[in-house]
Ligand binder design. Structure first.
Ligand code: SAM
Length: 340
């Protein structure tokens, strides 16, 4: 199916227009907390992240990992009796997981379309390229959008739904990078009764949650991930080798949530002044800047979060290592009010 790589029309939501991205950048610098989206912005960062993902993602480690998303896609295709499906990959990254799903749907006779959606223009284009192995270009509509900032995701996506098509939204690898409760409510609001949602998350392996989270720390605290995360600070003008050091730690979620996460902080050892968009930011020795966090869930913790926003998990597939799982969700039907 792969056709010569022609020009791509990309839809860009105002949530990723330069003025908004600059506001988000200033907010991050004031808070001393990076927004995850900044780590995927440029071609350089996107390529570095793709390599980190290839080296450390449980889904890329072995054959079982590679099969996880195809297995989930095949099961969905067997159980979901619709003719036409549009897959909307929210935070699509390089698109490999979405494409595994698309392949299984297409193999079972579904007419499939794809909306790879991401904050990162380079990654939406990488995902589009990957999908060209399965779909003609006119069935793929890349969208650049920040799902956390976009005021009306429904309004943005509604005109892209082909007449009569059901939607399968994917939210792969995204839940870990948002504070609990930050994104799932608006995600649940996207689903019509005939739609489906596939969510995946990195999990804490083993029976003991806290030690399971600690065990996966080396998947984050390693040279390629350090290099990827520091790129953002370096591109802002911080000399990361001279001015401080990167520290990874396991920590509890704020606000009393039972979740734990792996977080990365840049600790300033020397004072540093940055001028960004006319504003001056002074970092003193001893100050820390949070660059990244990734929540690790258990299947039960994730189910609980999904149930909290009215989503029922109908099926799930967990890697034998216990490190990654895919969850098929549907909206819990709301009881019809009796008529007058
Ligand atoms: C951990 S990666 C997951 C990528 C892919 N879904 C996968 O599982 O391989 C997170 C992706 O979400 C994107 N992203 C981060 N914040 C986002 C936001 N606020 N809105 C949309 N995409 C976002 C990043 O650019 C990146 O591609």
């Amino acid at each position: 199916m792969k056709s010569a790589s022609a020009a791509a029309l990309v839809l860009v939501d105002p949530s990723q227009f330069p003025a908004q991205v600059e506001r988000d950048l200033l907010a991050a610098l004031r808070r001393r907390q990076a927004n995850h989206k900044f780590h995927y912005d440029s071609v350089k960062q996107a390529q570095k992240w793709l390599r980190v993902h290839e080296a450390f993602s449980p889904a890329r480690r072995d054959d079982e990992g590679a099969r996880l998303y195809a297995t989930a896609g095949a099961a969905l295709a067997e159980s979901w009796q619709v003719n036409a499906v549009q897959v909307v990959g929210l935070g699509c990254g390089g698109g490999r997981k979405d494409v595994a799903l698309i392949r299984e749907l297409a193999r079972r006779g579904r007419s499939v379309g794809y909306v790879p959606l991401d904050v990162s223009l380079p990654l939406t284009l990488v995902a589009r390229e990957a999908a060209l192995a399965e779909l003609p270009p006119e069935r793929i509509q890349p969208v650049v959008c920040d799902v956390a900032v976009c005021g009306d995701l429904n309004g943005l996506l509604a005109p892209l739904r082909p007449a009569g098509a059901a939607r399968c939204y994917t939210f792969f690898g995204m839940v870990p990078n948002f504070e609990p409760g930050a994104c799932l409510p608006s995600l649940a609001g996207l689903l019509e009764a005939s739609d489906r949602l596939l969510v995946s998350a990195n999990l804490a392996p083993g029976d003991d949650y806290a030690s399971g989270v600690a065990r996966v720390l080396p998947q984050y605290d390693n040279a390629p991930t350090r290099d990827w995360l520091l790129t953002w600070l370096e591109d802002l003008g911080v000399e990361t080798r001279r001015d401080g050091g990167l520290r990874f730690q396991v920590e509890a979620a704020p606000g009393g949530s039972p979740l734990r996460r792996i977080a990365a902080y840049f600790d300033f050892h020397k004072s540093q002044t940055l001028r960004v968009a006319g504003e001056t930011f002074i970092f003193q020795p001893g100050e820390s800047f949070r660059l990244f966090f990734s929540y690790r869930h258990t299947p039960e913790l994730l189910r609980g979060q999904l149930a909290g926003v009215g989503l029922r998990v109908e099926a799930s597939w967990i890697l034998p290592s216990g490190e990654e799982g895919v969850f098929l969700c549907r909206p819990v039907p709301t009881p019809r009010r009796p008529g007058p």
